[in-house]
Write a protein that binds this ligand. Structure first.
Ligand SMILES: [Zn+2]
Length: 237
């Protein structure tokens, strides 16, 4: 965890410190070494959120894009089960930053728990993911859409897309570039994917807006238009 309470103040870890977990009230100890990012660990060795996973610099860079009071917000369901959202915006949107491998079933459970959620997945965990995605992009089909360039990928062309497609929440893949990729609807054996610039994407998240679903615009070629075009009467669009 990035935050614990020390003398009543929510702070980041510092050397040889003890604090209180803001979620369960247990004692936490600062871990300020050279291998992992500095963090607070429960003295009991067991995190109060069983979904919690060790964080990387990638997690922290994403979290740091948002106000600290939005980061690591605990939420309970009706049964009292606690889970800590990586980020919970003031508009109620949960952001989960996923670096490590995770079973699809787990993603679905966590999506159902938070409901209004956007997953941001580290596409750089496996070096092969970006190469495979780029190869698939070359062979994808560009589609007409309103507001964004949409590409139709065969699901079999990218392990990452195959794994993360068809979920009931927007999934955004971060390959470490200025552009992130949003996984949209699955259509048969294909999935629709579109790019977003990172900064406007972040601004929308801060407003509580998830990436919009893909809107495909079918070309309107009516019989009349076709005839007029052949005769050279209509203006070229
Ligand atoms: Zn705790």
């Amino acid at each position: 965890m990035k935050f614990a309470n020390v003398e009543g103040v929510r702070v980041e870890p510092f050397s040889k410190a003890h604090g209180i977990c803001p979620h369960c009230g247990g004692t936490v100890i600062s871990k300020c070494g050279n291998v992992r990012v500095w963090h607070w660990a429960h003295k009991s060795k067991q995190h109060c959120d069983r979904w919690w996973e060790p964080e990387t610099e990638w997690h922290r860079q994403w979290k740091n894009q948002f106000p600290s009071e939005w980061q690591e917000q605990g939420r309970c369901d009706e049964s009292g089960e606690l889970h800590v959202a990586d980020v919970l915006t003031q508009h109620g949107l949960v952001l989960e930053f996923q670096h490590s491998a995770i079973k699809r079933e787990e993603v679905e459970i966590r999506t159902n728990f938070h409901k209004n959620i956007c997953w941001i997945v580290n596409g750089c965990r496996l070096a092969s993911s970006l190469d495979q995605f780029n190869d698939a992009l070359k062979w994808s089909t560009p589609l007409r859409s309103s507001g964004a360039d949409v590409f139709q990928f065969p699901l079999s062309s990218s392990r990452l897309l195959n794994k993360w497609s068809g979920l009931n929440a927007p999934i955004v893949i971060d390959f470490g570039y200025e552009t992130v990729w949003v996984i949209g609807q699955t259509v048969g054996n294909n999935v629709l994917v579109y790019p977003l610039k990172r900064d406007p994407f972040l601004e929308q998240l801060k407003l509580g807006n998830r990436p919009p679903p893909v809107q495909i615009t079918q070309p309107k070629r009516t019989r009349v238009q076709l005839i007029r075009r052949r005769r050279g009467i209509g203006r070229r669009m």
